[in-house]
Design a protein around this ligand. Structure first.
Ligand code: FMN
Length: 211
């Protein structure tokens, strides 16, 4: 490592330290700050997630980070994302369920941002005590997500890897908030209205947590 790289590293460590102190001060003042990590890959074409985000757009203590918009090339700014996490008490992952999982951009965020020495491992306790909620929408109906249903497993069972991620990061895992049958294959307005009203109900649950 040359001198310039060493200086950059030192500055980065100092900056992270200052941000941490700032986050702790905010917390001691009792201000609960919430962060939504939005993992929809194409919000323009979305109905469900777009409605949820729209409903939550004017909440002062909630920051919504739209990953696909911030990082269309998947080149996540790890420092900025970690700073946003440090400043938050409640973290909500918001995404459409893709193949029983998070979307690729959200997986990229997890892989890059929850790094060794930050989220886990030696000195990696920066997320300790923060709350983690999963908020997702599914195309499949709720009754498919159970033993004997055509998706065999419950949402909670399918979300175990994220639950364990929270455990490893010493976060409080707060579980799943979800809406099902959120896909419409026809231009039928009635079905769309149903999706919108379920998305609004999901947003209300999030408002109750954040507010
Ligand atoms: C690539 C892909 C994978 C999907 N996988 C699932 C799935 O595993 N289970 C499910 O119930 N729906 C699945 N869906 C449907 C989406 O979850 C559904 O379209 C989405 O939640 C609707 O939200 P939106 O209007 O915000 O896009 C999938 C959709 C796509 C495009």
């Amino acid at each position: 490592m040359n001198k310039k790289d060493m200086n950059n590293k030192e500055n980065h460590t100092k900056e992270m330290h200052n941000k941490e102190i700032h986050a702790k001060k905010m917390a001691s003042k009792g201000a609960k700050k919430a962060l939504m990590i939005l993992g929809h890959p194409d919000l323009e074409s979305s109905l469900a997630n777009k409605t949820i985000v729209h409903e939550l757009s004017n909440i002062s203590n909630l920051e919504i980070r739209h990953l696909a918009k911030l990082y269309p090339d998947f080149n996540i700014d790890v420092e900025s994302e970690q700073a946003a996490l440090l400043a938050s008490d409640i973290i909500i992952l918001q995404y459409p369920f893709y193949w029983y999982n998070v979307t690729p951009i959200l997986k990229q965020w997890i892989d890059k941002v929850l790094s060794y020495g930050f989220a886990y491992g030696g000195g990696g306790d920066k997320l300790k005590g923060k709350q983690l909620y999963l908020s997702f929408t599914t195309g499949g109906p709720a009754e498919a997500y159970k033993k004997g249903g055509y998706n065999n497993f419950t949402f909670e069972e399918l979300s175990r890897p994220l639950e364990q991620t929270a455990n490893l990061c010493q976060m409080h895992y707060k579980g799943v908030i979800s809406s099902s049958s959120m896909i419409s294959f026809s231009p039928e307005d009635e079905k769309k209205q149903e999706i919108i009203s379920k998305a609004k109900a999901q947003a209300s649950k999030i408002k109750a947590i954040v507010g």
